[in-house]
Design a protein around this ligand. Structure first.
Ligand code: G3P
Length: 218
């Protein structure tokens, strides 16, 4: 299972790289705004910086919603760095653009997936990744993890190469359940990855070992 960080924060990306477990990064316009990135040049330069820190796929989202605009923005993003994955929204023009990018060998991440049908359509168009938003479905009283399960099963039935990238993963149980369901990738904030470290019995056991070591050496 691949771990992607869902952030545009360079320090957090660096920290995850140093932990030695980071496989890639996903961003979106909201995450870029959170970092105070301004203007097209600022956005492009920020993507480049992310690509220089992490050795893996970096999803960069288009803003256009018309076919020509998505193609124009996606091609410019793809030219920035070989690790860029063009993130395209699940809309009709987006599906057409995913087919275009796929035929040109440009990797894509189809975002804002909230149903199995949307995921199937994106896979048919040749998306590299589909991103079901787990937490946002939970937010409205649906079961985000059930959608991940459906998509994993459907892709497995037909051997689709499209990878299931579980997004809007908010906490450790989400991440673990995505792993149990066979999601190819999870993307989440750094605190969720760091949360995997924690167990009170580990802390207690280590404190005991260190105290006993003191006895041995006193
Ligand atoms: O990758 C999608 C993600 O950024 C959405 O997360 O927590 O805003 O639903 P969230």
């Amino acid at each position: 299972m691949k771990f992607f960080l869902d952030t545009a924060n360079l320090q957090e990306i660096q920290e995850a790289v140093e932990l030695g477990v980071l496989d890639g990064v996903t961003t979106n316009p909201s995450l870029m705004a959170k970092e105070g990135i301004k203007g097209t040049d600022g956005v492009m330069s920020h993507y480049k910086q992310i690509c220089e820190i992490v050795d893996g796929d970096v999803s960069a989202e288009v803003i256009a919603t018309d076919y020509e605009g998505i193609i124009r923005e996606g091609e410019a993003l793809a030219e920035l760095h070989p690790n860029i994955v063009v993130k395209v929204p699940m809309i009709k023009e987006g599906v057409k653009a995913i087919r275009y990018f796929s035929d040109k060998g440009i990797k894509t991440n189809c975002t804002l997936i909230f149903s199995a049908g949307q995921a199937l359509l994106a896979a048919k168009a040749g998306a590299t990744y589909v991103s079901p938003f787990v937490g946002r479905l939970d937010d409205i009283g649906h079961d985000g993890l059930q959608l991940v399960q459906q998509i994993v099963d459907i892709f497995s039935n037909y051997g689709y190469p499209t990878q299931v990238l579980a997004a809007s993963v908010r906490h450790v149980p989400h991440l673990i359940q995505c792993a149990e369901l066979g999601a190819d990738v999870v993307t989440c904030p750094l605190n969720v990855i760091m949360g995997l470290l924690n167990h009170p019995l580990t802390d207690k056991g280590l404190a005991t070992f260190l105290a006993d070591h003191q006895k041995v050496n006193s």
